[in-house]
Design a protein around this ligand. Structure first.
Ligand code: ATP
Ligand code: MG
Ligand code: MG
Ligand code: MG
Length: 346
């Protein structure tokens, strides 16, 4: 059987996707699967790479087409990835990959794929929609104010007053549809709030402003379709002010503590909230559910990532590894879940 590995992509998380894709290539069971590489350039061209029948010697294989897509005659129409006895693994993070667009395309061309469907992807990617939906099932979340670009343009003063009436400084300003902390700023006063809004609107016309809280960050890995499994939570131990893009991928100055050293009731509560959130959002395949934990042991759900960082050092696969499911087996499980989901629709 073929795994069609879609990687790269048009979002600001392009480079992260390439790191995740390389880890997948190293761990796939090549006695069962061949891997067809399909690279999506930053400007959205689809390039068919080689078909791998064994573990590649180096990550060069992924770099092949980075330089100049126009040089190659391998640029394909996206629908030409369709073939029998194959499943798509969209290792894409952020808009145009994790937000339901690719998933809708794959549904349209009737290809099985790994991970969440259209509705789940779209509503988990959009931080405003996620909050509305999880509010309906009483999952605790930090106070927030959604602000559309049009509302901000029309009356900035009103937005300042609305934020300051509901939240205290510091506040976190986030593009609604993004990941890897891209476009996120912590604002300590009105001037910084203004700058943070301008920065966030570079990425999305939908922005959410949240109450900043002093908290530990814990994450639960979720796997399954209707039958949902969760891991014990892990903790992101950070010495930095917040878990920003640099600390995630460049400085390597965070540690993961697995399992998180927290009371058992809190572990249980986090897993319970993660399961409710996943089920409510219609999760399929996988998700990583992120929480804040205050020193009073209050939990707030921050977000669900339907295609979490997937390098062999990332939290999601590490949580499963510690639970007894090694990286290669995890890929295998995800493929089976994707196929089951596809066959069930038929
Ligand atoms: P991911 O890479 O997990 O998809 P993301 O870009 O979707 O991340 P968030 O997880 O919402 O962004 O926020 C990034 C980081 O910013 C958090 O991990 C945390 O360190 C910090 N942060 C976000 N919101 C808050 C908040 N309300 N209070 C305190 N810290 C926060
Ligand atoms: Mg996220
Ligand atoms: Mg993300
Ligand atoms: Mg996060």
């Amino acid at each position: 059987m073929k795994i069609i590995l879609l990687y790269g992509g048009q979002s600001a998380e392009h480079d992260v996707s390439i790191l995740s894709a390389f880890s997948v290539l190293n761990a796939v069971y090549y006695n069962y699967y061949q891997v067809q590489l399909v690279y999506i350039t930053r400007d959205g061209q689809w390039i068919k790479g080689p078909l791998l029948k064994e573990k590649p010697e180096s990550e060069e294989v992924l770099h092949l087409h980075w330089q100049d897509a126009n040089d190659t005659d391998q640029v394909i129409q996206p629908c030409h990835i369709k073939e029998d006895d194959a499943i798509v693994l969209p290792i894409l993070h952020g808009p145009n990959g994790e937000d339901g667009t690719i998933q809708g395309f794959l549904e349209t061309i009737d290809m099985p794929y790994v991970g969440a469907g259209v509705m789940t992807s779209a509503s988990s990617m959009d931080k405003i929609m996620t909050k509305y939906i999880l509010h309906a099932v009483d999952i605790p979340q930090v106070p927030y104010v959604p602000v559309l670009k049009s509302q901000w343009k029309e009356n900035p003063k009103k937005i300042f007053e609305q934020c300051e009436g509901t939240l205290l400084y510091p506040m976190f300003v986030k593009p609604a549809n993004m990941g890897s902390s891209v476009g996120i700023t912590k604002a300590n006063d009105r001037k910084e709030l203004q700058e943070a809004l301008i920065e966030a609107y570079r990425y999305d016309s939908r922005v959410v402003i949240e109450q900043s809280i002093e908290a530990r960050e814990i994450e639960v890995a979720i796997l399954g379709n209707e039958d949902v499994r969760t891991t014990l939570p892990g903790e992101i131990v950070k010495e930095v002010a917040f878990y920003d893009y640099n600390s995630k991928y460049i400085d390597n100055n965070i540690k993961m503590q697995i399992p998180a050293q927290i009371p058992e009731e809190v572990q249980q509560k986090a897993r319970e909230y993660a399961t409710i959130a996943y089920t409510t959002l219609g999760g399929r395949g996988l998700s990583r559910c992120d929480f804040f934990l205050t020193n009073k042991n209050e939990l707030f759900l921050n977000e669900l990532n339907t295609m979490p960082g997937f390098t062999q050092f990332s939290m999601y696969p590490s949580l499963w590894e510690k639970t007894g499911l090694p990286y290669g087996d995890l890929i295998e499980e995800l493929i089976q879940l994707g196929l089951n989901q596809y066959n069930q629709k038929k």
